[in-house]
Design a binder for this molecule. Structure first.
Ligand code: GDP
Length: 175
């Protein structure tokens, strides 16, 4: 349609990270400004679009959600194919999701393109009382891996927009 023709770029980006860290809710918050207390359906890859303007260019971001594949450690290489960016998400209230990041980073390097933009995201920052992963832990890992970092709350809509925009802007900068 005419809108697509007006778009300067189409970017594919993906969400990765352990089950229940909040990937789906981050995406629905960003794409539709919605949050759900329920967990999502288990099977199938889904994606959402959002158009944003960066540096005078109109970018159509196509963002993919695993929709549960990670539960079975069965994210296929096709999920990574063509992706220029990834939001790598953990849950600040569950240490195991932070410890999994090493494995996710390895998989990103294996299947992702070498120049892929990665933004590390510590989600559920609204649950301060249950926090077990310190802000500093996320920051150090990000520094070590040379990726951007942000804590977010999909529930309270904190930094969600910033995390996606950071990823999309950085993709635009390297494209
Ligand atoms: P996914 O499996 O990584 O896609 O995670 P979901 O988006 O399905 O979220 C898993 C659960 O965490 C759901 O019950 C959500 O309501 C909840 N959740 C997601 N993001 C947040 C958040 O920022 N804060 C809080 N308190 N709960 C969240």
């Amino acid at each position: 349609n005419s809108f697509d023709e007006e778009c300067d770029y189409l970017f594919k980006a993906i969400l990765i990270g352990d089950s229940a860290v909040g990937k789906s809710n981050l995406l629905s918050r960003f794409a539709k400004d919605e949050f759900s207390l329920d967990s999502k359906p288990t099977i199938g890859v889904e994606f959402a679009y959002r158009n944003i303007r960066v540096g005078g260019k109109l970018i159509k971001a196509q963002i993919w959600d695993t929709a549960g594949q990670e539960r079975f450690r069965a994210i296929t290489s096709s999920y990574y194919r063509g992706a220029l960016g990834a939001l790598l998400v953990y849950d600040v209230t569950r240490r195991s999701t932070f410890e999994s990041l090493r494995r996710w980073l390895k998989e990103l390097r294996e299947f992702g393109s070498p120049e892929m933009v990665v933004v590390l995201v510590g989600n559920k920052s609204d649950l301060e009382g249950s926090r077990v992963v310190k802000l500093e832990d996320g920051r150090s890992l990000a520094q070590l891996e040379q990726v951007s970092f942000m804590e977010t709350s999909a529930k309270d809509n904190l930094n969600v927009e910033d995390a996606f925009i950071e990823m999309i802007t950085r993709i635009y900068e390297i494209t």
